[in-house]
Design a protein around this ligand. Sequence first.
Ligand SMILES: NC(=O)c1ccc[n+]([C@@H]2O[C@H](COP(=O)([O-])OP(=O)(O)OC[C@H]3O[C@@H](n4cnc5c(N)ncnc54)[C@H](OP(=O)(O)O)[C@@H]3O)[C@@H](O)[C@H]2O)c1
Length: 252
Amino acid sequence: MILVTGGTGTLGAQVVDQLVARGHEVRALSRKARPERAAGAQWALGDLVTGEGIDAAVSGVDTIIHCASATAKQGTTDAKQATCLIEAARKAGTPRLIYISIVGIDEVPMPYYKRKVLVERLIEGSRLPHTILRATQFHDLPTMLFNAQKRLPVLMVPRARIQPIEVREVAARLVELAENPVDGRAEDIGGPEETTIEQLAEQYLAAQGRRKKIVGVPVPGRIGAAITEGKLLCPANATGKETYADYLARSA
Ligand SMILES: NC(=O)c1ccc[n+]([C@@H]2O[C@H](COP(=O)([O-])OP(=O)(O)OC[C@H]3O[C@@H](n4cnc5c(N)ncnc54)[C@H](OP(=O)(O)O)[C@@H]3O)[C@@H](O)[C@H]2O)c1
């Protein structure tokens, strides 16, 4: 049995679907009731912050793919969530814990990334068999930023280098790691091309047949410097296939 935390999330939902399609016994954890699309998976209601439902969620699982994260709150509860999950997992046996992380988190000093570094450390110190996979930004991330400004006359975007990847390819890699585990850090995974968020914004507007001014906003300080140096990129591991243009065409 494989438990997927964050089974309703952008990544977790894809992981659940792909595991089910490959014939695995899957349990998805969420604080919400089971959505229609999760057919074929068991559903565990639970909250990794309060601990409610977590012992039951981990019972009988041999692998946990940890995709839950307080993304909307900059990961402020992520260490608490990881601690809760690790404690419950250790009571349940020695399941493998697979964690999805982000390329460059230890080099780009953003608050969310610092919290992910802490979660990596907790998992490394958990005494559970574990795998950590770092991926670059999903196509969905810049798209969310652009969609949020649909009604504004201009499109404001951070001036940043990026190597976006299709979330389904990251999910596929996590499924592969559940089937053929790697101990410790797996090879990073990144999208097929390096670009900038401004270039993605141009493609996004062109795909919608819309025109408006794109305003590139410099990212200040050490964070901006690290991003300019390419710390969010992994050019040696550009294993993703789908480009942002492919993603826009598919989502149209
Ligand atoms: N987005 C990117 O570009 C990117 C790139 C590389 C790695 N990652 C990593 O991939 C992971 C998933 O990202 P995502 O974009 O798929 O996130 P997301 O769509 O925001 O989903 C977050 C998930 O976390 C769950 N969650 C949050 N708080 C919880 C709690 N207290 N208890 C139980 N579940 C909780 C949510 O479940 P419910 O609300 O249903 O409870 C939801 O399913 C994160 O660790 C992120 O850092 C993201």
